[in-house]
Design a binder for this molecule. Structure first.
Ligand SMILES: [Zn+2]
Length: 157
């Protein structure tokens, strides 16, 4: 059985894509996030609790909302200073942000592909439903531009 949660989840966030001619300039998107969960209903008739799934994704989206999303695994990004202010350099261009407005992500670039992987990791790590077999996460940065990450979880059928 397929459970879908695809509405009302998302966040506004700024990013840039290191090594991309146009997208290396700082810009923002209204990102949208959706998830589908596949599994067998338990004795209560539930594959997964919608409220718990929504709370989990809502918290994650909330932590990215109105923030600058920076890739911590990109070697072209140099951290010049930390503390109250985060100063970075990318290919000779310097940026400075209030540190409270920055989220460092475990990615090489803040792309939809990498974000879908990070969100899928978080869902797999935090959603403990024994009947769930597959979790699919998609992240969209603008209409028609999205990435999907699929994870098989739990025991094999
Ligand atoms: Zn972008």
């Amino acid at each position: 059985m397929l459970i879908e949660l695809t509405k009302g989840l998302g966040f506004s966030g700024a990013h840039f894509i290191i090594g991309h001619k146009k997208c290396e300039h700082l810009h923002g998107h209204n990102w949208r996030v959706g998830v589908t969960v596949e599994g067998e209903p338990d004795e209560r008739g539930l594959v997964v609790d919608f409220l718990e799934l929504k709370r989990l994704l809502g918290e994650l989206c909330g932590s990215y909302d109105h923030r600058v999303l920076l890739p911590e695994n990109n070697r072209a990004l140099k951290r010049l200073s930390g503390g109250a202010s985060t100063r970075i350099s990318v290919h000779g261009r310097e940026f400075e942000f209030p540190s409270a407005d920055v989220v460092w992500l475990p990615v090489v670039n803040t792309t939809v592909e990498e974000l879908a992987r990070v969100v899928a990791d978080e869902v797999v790590r935090n959603l403990s439903y024994p009947n769930v077999r597959k979790i699919t996460v998609w992240v969209e940065e603008s209409p028609g531009q999205s990435a999907t990450e699929e994870r098989r979880v739990g025991k094999s059928p």
